[in-house]
Design a protein around this ligand. Structure first.
Ligand code: AMP
Length: 200
């Protein structure tokens, strides 16, 4: 039973690794960025609300994201565990997630932090921009997304360290090497039985 959060700056390779880890563990890969992009493409109400923030590289307001993730985690496929990629990204989001999971008696198992420095991340994002042509991969927007990460998401490293949940994965080298490192870290986490998970 793995309930996992991935942390790391944009360009750390979280999306690629998330898909591989989720497959390996047989759990759903929940990427809030992907959910937003799908909603923008389909021009749903949610997509229209998120679009202007995403275009600028700003975070979408907490209440929008928290409701969306709450709905997703309530779906049946999350009962056997889940991998969250791109959520939480702020302390209020992390607190909301903690409350939600405490109510269900199913706290997080582990938070994996993908560690890579800013220069490497900027290089990778520029390369991806020329390949994928994502609307939020222009230079100004890339810098804004990194600023959002350092300002609002990095405090989560302390938040999860305090809770004894944070584990580091060096996000350098080949994709296979990073996957192998991440899976090795996860193998060291003792499995949790549902009966031992209920909060006092
Ligand atoms: P990503 O693909 O995870 O980099 O997300 C792309 C964009 O979606 C971000 O730059 C934000 O505008 C928005 N987004 C995704 N996840 C969140 C979140 N947890 N909180 C706020 N905004 C988010």
């Amino acid at each position: 039973m793995t309930r996992l959060v991935l942390l790391g700056p944009p360009g750390a390779g979280k999306g690629t690794q998330a898909a591989r880890i989720a497959t390996e563990h047989g759990i759903p890969h929940i990427s809030t960025g992907d959910i937003f992009r799908r909603n923008v493409a389909e021009q749903t109400d949610l997509g229209r609300r998120a679009q202007s923030f995403m275009k600028r590289g700003d975070l979408v307001p907490d209440e929008v994201v928290i409701d969306m993730v709450g709905d997703r985690l309530a779906q049946g496929d999350c009962a056997a565990g889940f991998l969250l990629d791109g959520f939480p990204r702020t302390v209020p989001q992390a607190l909301a997630l903690e409350d939600l999971l405490a109510d269900a008696g199913t706290p997080l198992t582990v938070v994996l932090r993908f560690v890579v420095d800013d220069d490497e991340v900027i290089d990778r994002l520029f390369r991806r921009a020329s390949i994928e042509g994502r609307e939020d991969d222009t230079e100004d927007v890339i810098r804004q997304r990194l600023a959002e990460y350092h300002g609002k998401t990095e405090p989560l490293e302390f938040f999860y360290t305090e809770r004894g949940l944070l584990r580091d994965v060096a996000a350098v080298g080949s994709v296979d090497e990073v996957t192998a490192r991440a899976l090795a870290v996860l193998r060291e986490i003792p499995p949790q039985e549902p009966s031992s998970e209920v909060q006092p």
